[in-house]
Write a protein that binds this ligand. Structure first.
Ligand SMILES: [Fe+2]
Ligand SMILES: [Fe+2]
Length: 254
């Protein structure tokens, strides 16, 4: 079976056929006169649409009266508790999706010819289990605030759209474990920033206990990121036929 870095029949580059590329350039010049457009009309149209567009979603009303009065969002400092709840909803969706992504990585790993310095099945299972635990942390936080953890909040929706490419890469039978590690690097970089941001927001709205839990999750995420970086660097080094041990810089750069 070919590897993606083997030479094959890739004809996407213009240098594949010098004669045809010359004709292509000629035709482009003859058939597509330059009209001096700079995209300003397009930008203006987009701005006009943006001014009228509805948001991608909104937050639901409080889940229960008991939720509002007894334990609910009144506990939150600041004048717009839905901002924090929206981000909690996003994290719940992301950690749930992260669990599934790592689950898909287990399948990818089983099918792969794993490089020296690559992940073991147990290491992938460990990260998957931590993502699931992270989901539970956020779910409990949402419930504690009297809100509904099954809600797809606007930020959850947007993060789902952002993550669509990751799901596509990781579940595509043609992609290699290394290519999928690139996708997981994006996921884990986001995880790291998102937990830090959420912990700071929790501080701000006066939820110290939550902030401490979120920072514990961040410790796990730092470890996930370090591991993914190491696996990726080792795989690429191995494939390139150089010393497979990643340098300290490759592991720690951020
Ligand atoms: Fe996570
Ligand atoms: Fe993670």
């Amino acid at each position: 079976m070919d590897k993606p870095t083997d030479m094959g029949m890739n004809r996407t580059g213009i240098a594949t056929s010098p004669i045809d590329s010359k004709r292509l350039k000629q035709a482009a010049e003859e058939l597509t006169p330059y009209r001096g457009g700079d995209g300003a009309a397009l930008a203006a149209a987009r701005i006009a649409w943006s001014a009228q567009a509805e948001p991608v979603g909104t937050m639901p009303p409080p889940a229960s009266v008991k939720g509002v009065v007894k334990t609910g969002i009144q506990m939150l400092k600041g004048n717009k508790p839905t901002v924090f709840l929206d981000k909690l909803g996003e994290r719940a969706a992301y950690e749930r999706a992260g669990t599934r992504l790592w689950e898909a990585m287990l399948v990818k790993h089983a099918a792969a010819d794993v490089h020296e310095g690559g992940p073991t099945r147990e290491e992938i299972e460990h990260i998957r289990d931590e993502e699931l635990r992270h989901y539970a942390i956020v779910r409990d936080a949402i419930v504690k605030l009297g809100a509904d953890p099954t809600v797809m909040t606007p930020c959850a929706d947007v993060s789902g759209v952002i993550g669509m490419g990751l799901v596509q890469v990781v579940t595509d039978p043609r992609t290699t474990l290394t290519q999928c590690l690139e996708a997981m690097l994006v996921a884990e970089l986001t995880d790291n920033d998102a937990w830090g941001l959420l912990a700071n927001l929790a501080d701000g709205v006066g939820q110290d206990e939550m902030a401490a839990q979120f920072r514990e999750a961040l410790v796990n995420e730092k470890e996930h990121l370090r591991k993914v970086r190491g696996w990726l660097a080792a795989a690429l080094r191995g494939q390139a036929g150089i010393d497979p041990t990643p340098s300290h810089d490759e592991m720690e750069h951020a």
